[in-house]
Design a protein around this ligand. Structure first.
Ligand code: M6R
Length: 608
């Protein structure tokens, strides 16, 4: 779950690699490192911690090419030795790696038995030591031989002091893009083509088992038989803009405040008010195809799976089509019994989540068509899906996802409406649903205007170490999301729980130090949630309720109430989620946590 970057060309490779790493930090920020060839030797610098640590320690000059790495630790603790790049014993070559080598222990033992000394705990070092063992002048051939012994997944870049004009790259089940500009004679590699700092590139992606020799302005790609192959290249529309907090204290806060606009953009131009029909630009599925599906299976992880659960409920309630949301990391090992009459929807902000990609591939192998709902263009999921609906939320920088999630829910609401219209939902019902949806950006704005009230509540609750977040139906999924936000950025033990399940066990934990945050917006279960609140209150729990303006009965029970603009049950997740995001943000602020880059996390989880 790391980011790799490389550059060879007329500009300063060090500077370009550092800019690439800055953008790749979303893939991990446990350590960073850079290596290059200069004056006939391998030069490198690597440091535990964020890129800022590397910049302080940077001592490299005059590199002819460079490769850079940002790490999310899998094997071995976070320290300087385990940071990439890793070198062979003779310091003649350096490697960077994204992925996991599953048989690294056996290979390491064999190498140690033959006298190799290891300097790190990583699985990656095994590869460079194997390449050194097989190297006899042809670096690509040595890498190929090493990789034939390796089990696992990888994207790799390798440089050697005897080949100053080359970067060797290889990939298996991990993304690796190569960008070449024959005019300026520059070449790039990256885990993410969106990080290329040039829009004039011919881009290709390495497929499983392929090895590339990258030189200034050109690339040769070989298949597993070491035969040269012609790769199809494409010109991608890459519009890189330097991320800015725009005056906000954190990217997270900025992204929370963007939501009136991002939700608006997610629905803009996608509903025909006259006809009551939904129109996604180039959806890639005909109405006939969509009408023929018997089921929908949504695959996603983390926050995206929460949006997926809400989407599945929309599809059932509006379109009356059996729908389920499966957590991709579980789904990939279950017998989902998928058949081609099931539409599979993969939801991912980044489009790079390893488990979602793996589950998607299993669904494809079962003959299912895949619709992706994604934010990041050119990402693996968008390339592998049969069709894509983009969130259009703009770059989400904070590890904790906010605006992507509300945009996912907005897109899912429209998609469910589309499926419903195809299944005979009356025009007027569709129009009413959309009219309510249209009001959501303004209602989110009302929540944002009340942020000082949420900050005051956060100050009051920030010292607690344990929380339950409860709700029913749509508010249950919202409670899962609210709890995830809090634990992710505040390191507080927060558990989302269906309100009706409390008395089946979890209520045993309740005491005066265990607050319950209750999402009360569902009209359908209003009385039930009030009973649940009374039960926890009777056992001493401090109760903070998020309730729609006008809800009776809640004042008599809750210690604190945050009033939300009233909407329908189906659309209540938007405003309740935004309120929960702000509560988590202000609690994290009060607890002095690293809000944009919480410990142990990465924006994109690219290993399982
Ligand atoms: O990029 P994805 O949407 O596939 O990511 C899925 C999860 O890793 C992500 O939602 C994660 O749970 C967030 N950090 C939640 O805030």
């Amino acid at each position: 779950m790391c980011g790799i970057f490389g550059y060879i060309g007329a500009r300063d490779p060090l500077e370009i690699c550092l800019s690439g790493l800055e953008q790749l930090e979303y893939r991990g920020y446990d350590s960073t490192g850079i290596a290059g060839v200069g004056n006939g030797e391998i030069k490198f610098c690597k440091k535990a911690g964020k890129l800022s640590n590397l910049l302080q320690a940077m001592n490299l000059r005059n590199l002819e090419s460079a490769i850079g790495h940002t790490r999310w630790a899998t094997h071995g603790p976070v320290n300087d030795q385990n940071a990439h790049p890793h070198l062979d014993a003779a310091n003649s070559m350096a490697i960077i790696h994204n992925g996991i080598i599953e048989n690294h222990h056996v290979l390491r033992m064999d190498l140690i038995a033959s006298g190799v000394l290891f300097t790190s705990d990583t699985d990656t070092e095994v590869i460079v030591q194997l390449v050194a063992k097989f190297y006899a002048g042809d670096l690509a051939a040595a890498l190929q031989k090493a990789l034939s012994l390796v089990q696992g997944i990888y994207a790799i870049a390798l440089i050697h002091k005897n080949h100053p004009g080359q970067i060797i790259a290889a990939a298996k089940e991990c993304p690796l893009a190569i960008g070449v500009d024959p005019t300026t004679k520059e070449s790039f590699i990256s885990s993410d083509p969106n990080t290329f700092l040039s829009s004039n590139l011919d881009i290709c992606f390495l497929h499983d088992g392929e090895i590339a020799i990258i030189q200034r302005g050109h690339v040769h790609v070989f298949n597993t038989k070491h035969e040269i192959i012609r790769k199809k290249t494409e010109r991608l529309e890459l519009q890189y803009t330097v991320p800015s907090k725009d005056g906000f204290a954190h990217f997270l806060l900025k992204e929370i405040y963007e939501q009136p606009n991002t939700v608006y953009k997610a629905i803009l131009g996608r509903f025909q008010e006259q006809t009551g029909n939904v129109e996604f630009e180039s959806l890639g599925f005909t109405d006939e195809q969509l009408s023929s599906y018997k089921k929908v299976c949504i695959l996603a992880c983390g926050g995206s799976a929460h949006a997926g659960s809400i989407g599945a409920a929309y599809l059932e309630e509006l379109a009356h089509i059996p729908s389920q949301c499966e957590i991709a990391s579980e789904a990939r090992y279950r017998s989902l019994l998928l058949t081609p009459d099931t539409l599979v929807i993969a939801i991912s902000q980044s489009g790079e989540t390893a488990d979602t990609i793996a589950a998607l591939r299993i669904a494809k192998a079962a003959g299912c068509k895949i619709l992706a709902i994604c934010n990041v263009k050119h990402s693996t999921i968008t390339r592998e899906a049969d069709a894509v609906i983009y969130l259009k939320a703009g770059a989400e920088i904070s590890v904790c996802s906010t605006k992507a999630l509300t945009s996912q829910i907005a897109v899912l609401a429209l998609f469910a409406l589309h499926m419903a219209r195809l299944r005979g939902l009356p025009v007027e019902v569709a129009q009413t649903f959309f009219n309510n949806l249209k009001q959501i950006p303004d209602q989110i704005n009302q929540v944002l205007l009340a942020a000082p009230k949420l900050q005051a509540l956060a100050e009051k609750y920030a010292h607690y170490e344990d929380f339950f977040f409860i709700g029913r139906l749509y508010m249950y999924t919202t409670s899962l999301e609210g709890a995830l936000k809090l634990k992710e950025i505040s390191y507080v033990n927060a558990n989302g729980c269906p309100a009706g399940e409390l008395k089946h066990g979890p209520i045993a934990l309740i005491n005066a130090n265990f607050p319950v945050v209750a999402f009360c917006a569902n009209e359908q279960t209003k009385d039930k949630i009030l009973s649940n609140l009374a039960e926890v209150k009777a056992r001493g729990a401090p109760v903070l309720a998020f309730a729609p303006v006008g809800m009776d009965g809640v004042q008599a029970i809750a210690d604190d109430i945050f009033w939300l603009p009233p909407t329908t049950d189906m659309l209540a997740p938007f405003t309740s989620t935004v309120a929960a995001q702000l509560l988590a943000y202000y609690i994290a602020l009060k607890r002095h946590c690293n809000i944009d880059q919480p410990r142990n996390l990465a924006k994109s989880v690219t290993v399982e």
